[in-house]
Design a protein around this ligand. Structure first.
Ligand SMILES: Nc1ncnc2c1ncn2[C@@H]1O[C@H](COP(=O)(O)OP(=O)(O)OP(=O)(O)O)[C@@H](O)[C@H]1O
Ligand SMILES: [Mg+2]
Length: 474
């Protein structure tokens, strides 16, 4: 069957992501130097040198296209930076290498089968770099003439455009007129118009107009009037994911589903057609495969069916690098009675490279706290920083990081003006001192105190019946 496979245009990629302050928003990369040696404190990353270096090595292989179809597992105690390192990898990958992050439990909560959800995640992580020839019109605008109908509802017009060698008049429809006025195109501008999409980009103002001072802003760029033919062919490349190609060609879904995120199940026959078409493009030199990274956090939440699917999928023709993270030790493989390291079946474990993360040293913790304070715009006094670092050691890093913003709220509630803490330290207005931290420490329980408190409430809180001494198996 001669399949007509269309690809989404590059403009789809223009949707910008909204940045907010989240748990990992301070991470801007892995903080490695050119030799992949971890810097002490760089790009928001501190300590955990071995794991960062391993992540850097893996990334290098991804960039060289040498590691598709492999799997990596970050294993270590909670709060040791597994998710943070994966986010750092995503930041250093470059814009056209796809990175998909999912939490294993998402696979169960979508309105589709587990394997479909995993397949979509796999295909989101494979990029197809497509080379396309497009026709453009490039020249200096000589004149724009617009005629409005009496009601103003319809507009027609003419655009006169030239190169150093020729001049042509084009008829304009309403859409083009709107596009021209949106870009504020004037006579004397050098523009490039994509014939297929009608997209107009302003390249600058023509040198011949450099004396028209009144039509100039401070950032006006002057360019030469183009030479030769008005219409040119130009090669452009853009990268889309296999999943985007799937969705756009899926008859029941179509283009809008990509924005809604509600893609439903996609037929295997369609995927097969797309795979063979993409292979064909690759052989003809029209497209390149860019294997990306799929990150599955909390991977022990997958069940035995998902694991066996992963085993197979990793061996398929289009497989990304799969990075997994887990904080479990010996635990049950979901869906079975068997226990296994990290809750992963041994045949999968056998295929993965395991990178371990370890607990942080006090100086690392202090630096992570400082970085988070900068990120959240909070100033701690010197003593407060020491106290919070000590708290992080006796409770957990996460607990301490959570206290930063709550302590700031408490600090803001103080009477305006400077104040002296109970330990004698002067605290400026807006700063967080030891007293503010102490107060928050009493408001919010950490894990150990919570366990103790629950123990004290025996018979008062409603509890599930458990055997004495039974604890959640980590
Ligand atoms: N090396 C590091 N440099 C800077 N920030 C870090 C580092 N390690 C962890 N953090 C920060 O500490 C917090 C906890 O780390 P993270 O969420 O990565 O832990 P995790 O290993 O994924 O734990 P879990 O097993 O509970 O998921 C996050 O806000 C993270 O950004
Ligand atoms: Mg995590």
């Amino acid at each position: 069957m001669a399949a007509q496979i269309t690809t989404p245009s590059s403009s789809l990629r223009d949707i910008t992501k909204i940045e907010r302050i989240g748990a990992h928003s301070h991470i801007r990369g892995l903080g490695l130097d050119d030799n992949l040696e971890p810097r002490k404190n760089s790009q928001g990353m501190v300590g955990q040198g071995k794991a960062r270096k391993a992540a850097g090595l893996i990334l290098k292989m991804v960039r060289e296209g040498r590691i598709a179809g492999r799997a990596i597992l970050f294993a270590g105690p909670p709060g040791t930076g597994k998710t943070a390192i994966a986010m750092g990898m995503a930041q250093s990958l470059g814009s056209d290498v796809p990175f998909t992050a999912i939490a294993a439990s998402e696979v169960f909560s979508l309105s589709m089968s587990k394997t479909e959800a995993l397949t979509q995640a796999f295909r989101r992580s494979i990029g197809v770099r497509i080379k396309e020839e497009s026709e453009i019109i490039e020249g200096e605008v000589v004149e724009i003439q617009i005629d409005r109908s009496l009601t103003g509802a319809t507009k027609t017009g003419k655009l006169t455009i030239k190169t150093t060698d020729m001049e042509t008049i084009y008829d304009l429809g309403t859409k083009m007129i709107d596009a021209l006025s949106k870009e504020k195109v004037l006579a004397g501008d050098v523009v490039s118009i994509d014939k297929a999409s009608g997209r107009i980009s302003k390249l600058g103002r023509s040198f011949t107009r450099s004396r028209d001072y009144d039509a100039m802003g401070a950032d006006t760029k002057f360019v030469q009037t183009p030479e030769g033919e008005l219409q040119k062919r130009r090669e452009i490349t853009h990268t889309v994911s296999l999943h985007e190609i799937d969705v756009i060609n899926s008859r029941t879904q179509g283009f809008l589903a990509l924005f809604a995120g509600d893609t439903g199940e996609i037929k295997p026959e369609l995927r097969a057609q797309i795979n063979s078409k993409v292979s064909e493009w690759r052989e003809e030199g029209k497209a390149e495969i860019v294997p990306g990274v799929l990150f599955i956090d909390e991977v022990h939440m997958l069940d035995i069916e998902c694991f066996s699917f992963l085993n197979r999928a990793l061996e398929s023709e289009f497989a990304p690098l799969v990075v997994m993270a887990s904080n479990r030790g010996m635990s049950k493989i979901r869906g079975t009675q068997y226990r296994s390291p990290h809750g992963l079946p041994v045949d999968l474990l056998d295929r993965v490279l395991i990178v371990s993360t370890t607990k942080y040293e006090p100086e690392d913790i202090e630096q992570i706290i400082q970085i988070r304070c900068q990120e959240e715009d909070v100033t701690l006094t010197a003593k407060a920083l020491t106290v919070l670092t000590a708290m992080a050691q006796s409770t957990s890093l996460r607990y301490a990081l959570n206290l930063i913003s709550s302590a700031q709220v408490v600090a803001k509630k103080r009477k305006p003006g400077p104040h002296t803490d109970s330990n004698g330290e002067a605290v400026k207005e807006g700063e967080v001192g030891v007293d503010d931290l102490r107060r928050c420490y009493t408001y919010f329980l950490d894990e150990a105190r919570s366990v103790q408190w629950v123990g004290e409430q025996q018979g008062i809180l409603v509890s599930d019946e458990v055997e004495p001494g039974d604890r959640m198996q980590l």
